[in-house]
Design a protein around this ligand. Structure first.
Ligand SMILES: [Zn+2]
Length: 287
C-alpha cells in the first residue's frame, strides 16, 4: 500500500457510532463468517499475561487480553510523549494464498483503505491525518498489519476506525473500488518489479528456492495473470476466511491507560463475530 490521496469529503462522519455488530452481507459462495447469535455476545476481556519492567533488563512491559470473540489485545503504556500507536495485525499474508490466487493478501490490504460501512471512501486517511496522525499498512508472507500513530487523545477514534473495517467492510466493497485497486496493484507490480532493473530477481529467487506449491515460492505482490483472473467475490471470500477477530491481534502502545484501551476494545471490537478457526500453515517438504 500506500495511496495517500485524500479526498476532501468533510468530517461529517459521526464518531459516536454504535459498536460494530459484524458483517451483514456475505459473498455468494463462502461459508458465513459466523453463526448469528441469538443474544448479545459477551464482550468482556480476559487478562492472560502481564509483563512488568525488570531492573537492568530491556523489557517492554505490557498486558495481554483476549476478548470472547478471540481478538488478542496487547496494551503497553509509555507516557513519555502524548502519542499512541494503534496496530491491528491479521495473521494472514501471501503464504495463506492458494495457487492461482496469488497477490490476494496484499490486494486486500488496499481494499481496507477504501471505506467501510461508517467510514467513507478515503475517510480513514482524512480522519487520521486531520487529527495530526500518520497511518499505513503492510503485507508480507505471514501477516498483514494496519496502523496509526495519533495524539493520545485520539486513541478512541483510531480504535473505532480499525474496528469498523474489521466488522463492517464487506458491504462497502464495490465492483468499482475493486477495479480501481486492481489497477493500482498491477501498477505497483509494474513499478516495483516488472519495469525495474533486476526487479524480477526476487520473484525468480523465490520460485527457485522453494519447491512448487510452497507458500513462500511466490511474492506478496502476486502474478499478473492471477490478479487479472480474480473477481470481487474472491476478495470477499478472502476477508470472510481470514479477517475474523480470532485471527487478529490489536496492539495499543503509548500515552494511554490500559483500562481505557480495554474499555474501547470491548466496546468497538467486542461485538464483532468470530471468524472460522485458523490453523497453522503447512508447507510441502522439498523432494
Ligand atoms: Zn500496495
Amino acid at each position: 500500500m500506500m495511496q495517500k490521496r485524500l479526498w476532501l469529503m468533510g468530517l461529517g462522519t459521526a464518531l459516536a457510532l454504535q459498536p460494530a455488530a459484524a458483517q451483514t452481507k456475505k459473498a455468494p459462495t463462502p461459508k458465513p463468517k459466523t453463526v448469528v447469535a441469538t443474544k448479545p455476545a459477551a464482550t468482556g476481556a480476559k487478562l492472560v499475561e502481564t509483563v512488568v519492567r525488570k531492573p537492568g533488563a530491556l523489557t517492554i512491559p505490557y498486558s495481554k487480553y483476549v476478548l470472547p470473540n478471540g481478538l488478542t489485545v496487547i496494551v503497553t503504556e509509555d507516557h513519555s510523549d502524548p502519542l499512541v500507536h494503534v496496530d491491528v495485525t491479521y495473521h494472514v499474508g501471501s503464504a495463506r494464498e492458494q495457487i492461482g490466487k496469488s497477490g490476494f493478501a496484499h490486494f486486500f490490504e488496499h481494499m481496507m483503505f477504501q471505506g467501510s460501512d461508517h467510514v467513507g471512501d478515503q475517510q480513514h486517511f482524512k480522519l487520521v491525518t486531520a487529527a495530526g496522525g500518520t497511518l499505513n499498512g503492510s503485507t508480507n508472507q505471514d501477516r498483514t498489519n494496519y496502523y496509526e500513530t495519533v495524539p493520545s487523545n485520539q486513541v478512541e477514534t483510531a480504535m473505532w476506525l480499525e474496528a469498523d473495517r474489521m466488522g463492517f467492510l464487506l458491504d462497502a466493497v464495490s465492483q468499482k473500488k475493486f477495479e480501481i485497486q486492481r489497477s493500482t496493484v498491477k501498477n505497483e507490480r509494474g513499478q516495483n518489479y516488472d519495469n525495474r532493473p533486476y526487479g524480477l530477481a526476487s520473484e525468480y529467487v523465490a520460485k527457485t528456492l522453494y519447491p512448487y506449491g510452497h507458500p513462500y515460492s511466490w511474492l506478496t505482490i502476486g502474478y499478473l495473470k492471477d490478479l487479472d483472473a480474480s473477481n470481487v467475490n474472491d476478495l470477499k471470500n478472502f476477508f470472510l476466511r481470514w479477517y475474523g477477530p480470532n485471527n487478529a491481534t490489536l496492539t495499543v502502545g503509548g500515552d494511554v491507560k490500559t483500562a481505557d484501551v480495554i474499555k474501547y476494545a470491548e466496546k468497538y471490537f467486542g461485538p464483532i463475530k468470530r471468524g472460522p478457526p485458523c490453523k497453522a500453515n503447512t508447507c510441502p517438504r522439498p523432494c
